[in-house]
Write a protein that binds this ligand. Structure first.
Ligand SMILES: NC(=O)c1ccc[n+]([C@@H]2O[C@H](COP(=O)([O-])OP(=O)(O)OC[C@H]3O[C@@H](n4cnc5c(N)ncnc54)[C@H](OP(=O)(O)O)[C@@H]3O)[C@@H](O)[C@H]2O)c1
Length: 316
């Protein structure tokens, strides 16, 4: 089968190449999925560059790709809840060969049936960003209807998911992005969209109950000035020196709680969001669709830093 293979670590893009590789080996709790679409995430850029070797020490060559949507073509003897022919979506484990491939063997636990009204490309755009937004807003911040939510990076993958989810759960949503994305971010559901280059959001906003921050640094520190007492701030995992030095003091001064959303397999979230997509409460936000062979181009665009919605690789 064909797959895009990471051949060595590095900041360049020529370390990703379309190759002929062996078929995946299935374990007893796996299904074999014919991949139709692979959702791209910036996490894969960090893996490509070798920044995360400490956490994910996979040998090279390796096939990247967590998010996927496709069709089950075989199942292991310990799999009972998925059938051959099911249209599924979910996340591959990072240590295993992933979704930049025509087929991949995935633990059935990590997959769910796709929302009935979505294409493979749309479904592949959802798992990582919605699992992250859900963990932050629902499990950690326990956001309630009527609360005020501030989302940073709202034109990007995880930001748009947090805006949509927050709105669907009844929050009043303010969101930051660059000027060209303001209309799009309002369409995602933001009541207030703020041009982060032209407007100082910390002077504009107050009484924020929940901050969802996948950006960090000064943006993170400035967010505390907008927060009501007892507010919660969800930071998408990073090791930021400025934040580490200041967040404890800022939380104390504001009576705030800081939650760190770490990367985790949470396929149960896919069960919660499926009916929300089927009811039209949430909508896929696919920005670019590229053929599998152009995986390196997805990485190049992401490294440019101005994602608009999700990039998805079309595999078949
Ligand atoms: N659980 C996890 O650990 C997890 C899960 C998902 C994502 N992440 C991480 O979260 C981050 C965002 O992911 P993503 O998928 O949303 O990325 P993305 O789709 O590439 O979007 C990033 C957005 O950030 C904005 N941005 C870039 N530089 C900025 C800056 N200096 N200040 C403010 N905004 C800036 C850009 O918006 P504008 O162009 O509009 O300014 C862009 O739309 C990444 O680092 C990713 O690896 C972690």
């Amino acid at each position: 089968m064909k797959a895009v293979v990471l051949e060595r670590y590095g900041d360049g893009f020529d370390n990703l190449a379309l190759r002929e590789v062996a078929e995946p080996q299935m374990g007893p709790a796996d299904v074999l999925v014919e991949v139709h679409a692979a959702g791209f995430n910036p996490f894969e850029c960090k893996l490509r560059k070798g920044w995360l070797q400490r956490f994910y020490p996979f040998p090279l060559p390796h096939v990247l790709g967590n998010d996927l949507a496709g069709v089950v073509v075989a199942r292991g003897p310990a799999v009972f809840d998925l059938q051959v022919g099911d249209r599924v979506y979910g996340m591959q484990e990072t240590m295993r060969w992933g979704s930049y491939a025509e087929r991949t063997a995935v633990r059935a636990d990590n997959l769910r049936r796709m929302p009935a009204n979505l294409s493979f490309v749309e479904a592949a755009s959802l798992p990582m960003v919605y699992e992250t937004a859900w963990m932050g807003l629902v499990d950690m911040a326990r956001i309630r209807p009527g609360e005020r939510l501030l989302v940073h990076g709202a034109a990007g993958g995880v930001g748009q998911a947090a805006v949509q989810l927050g709105r669907a759960l009844g929050a009043t949503v303010a969101a930051t992005c660059s000027a060209d994305a303001l209309d799009q971010v309002r369409e995602y559901g933001a009541h207030v969209a703020i041009d982060r280059h032209a407007v100082d959001f910390k002077r504009l906003l107050q009484g924020i109950d929940v901050v969802f921050d996948p950006i960090g640094g000064q943006t993170n520190l400035d967010s505390y000035a907008t927060m009501a007492r007892g507010a919660r701030i969800c930071v998408v995992l990073r090791e930021d020196k400025l934040e580490i030095e200041n967040s404890e003091r800022l939380c104390r001064e504001r009576g705030a709680t800081r939650h760190v959303v770490a990367f985790e397999q949470r396929a149960d979230v896919l069960d919660y969001i499926r009916p929300m997509f089927e009811a039209g409460l949430l909508k896929p936000a696919v920005g670019h669709v590229l053929p599998l062979a152009e995986a390196a181009e997805a990485h190049r665009r992401s490294d440019g830093g101005h994602a608009r919605g999700k990039t998805v690789l079309q595999v078949r």
